[in-house]
Design a binder for this molecule. Sequence first.
Ligand SMILES: [Zn+2]
Length: 433
Amino acid sequence: MSSKKVSYFYNPDVGNFHYGPGHPMKPHRLAVIHSLVLNYGLYKKMQIYRPYRASAHDMCRFHSDEYIEFLQRVTPQNLQGFTKYLSHFNVGDDCPVFEGLFDFCSMYTGASLEGAMKLNNNCCDIAINWSGGLHHAKKFEASGFCYVNDIVIAVLELLKYHARVLYIDIDVHHGDGVQEAFYLTDRVMTVSFHKYGNYFFPGTGDMYEVGAESGRYYSVNVPLKEGIDDVSYVQVFKPVISSVMEFYQPTAIVLQCGADSLANDRLGCFSLSTKGHGECVKFVRDLNVPLLAVGGGGYTLRNVARCWTYETSLLVDEAISNELPYTEYLEYFAPDFTLHPDVVSRQDNANSKQYLETITKHVYDNLKMCQHSPSVQMHDVPGDAFPSQDGGGHDETDPDVRVSQADEDRRVEPTNEFYDGDKDQDKVGDEAS
Ligand SMILES: [Zn+2]
């Protein structure tokens, strides 16, 4: 198979946000991943962009104006003045107000949106945004550490050019925000594999949630029990996705690669290894459909970093060593300092072979009800979210081409961080902290 053109979106500031002391969501993981990606040399195999930052207007393509205005205005300092809005917008404990909250949302959302635009314009075959994938955010409120649903906004952009978009979610939690957004339409099929039962967050995602109205049978849920291992997971994932492809025939795919489905996640309860998780990513890559890969959950930092670094290597189709390269974060990976440490799971696999066969059969029977792909009429295609300077042409130029002058003025890092010149050797990896 010929290798694909990959665009990777990373804002060096996105790792500097803090949800607060003790909060399991750590944007710092993004800096660690980026450092590994650079030091493994994977930047040579893809175009790296400092992404567009989404505006409030972009966010309001999905979210309500009042909610986005609230996110724009609230700060840890003026919180007192917003007390009645906090519960209204579900902001507080799980989804705290932290310094720079709106900037954080604007960075991760802009990266997914630009990824979708690059795919629409055939500038790449695969777009990667590990800072995105915040699948729980709802139209009117925050949920599960997610404020703005970058996935929904990216899918809406893809729908300008694509009749049918497939969303696949391998986070340990149900992809409820994305499912809800497209529950009534056949233009997006959502497929979520997740832990379900015993009040596990968010509590939705039973196999009987199949969509409604025109969207009936276009929401697919694969509820799993705790402790699922690589063999069992892949045994369900591959046939389900193959049937989805057969019946739905999407022309674009968004893959949410939540890494809280890995063994020993701080919040998760599955037993996947990075290889098992990556096997799903590789399978989706090999479907040869334009692909936007985003991050999501993942709360044991060293494992998330291993997982998305490995998956970057899979997406660019470049084998990388099991021995981690030197980075300023090397100590996080003690004692083995490897990409694929042995998995010792705390959980027994509660999914019997029979249980997994039953769900797979149920999904297949529902998919048959979709019959063939709907012949959606595309008319009045709206314009792109923001002007693209590279049109549909080749883009071999400066990754920072769309950085505004104001952003440019604020930059302190050298502009050569993505180049492999001899002089950079000792600097690579110093940029993200
Ligand atoms: Zn999750």
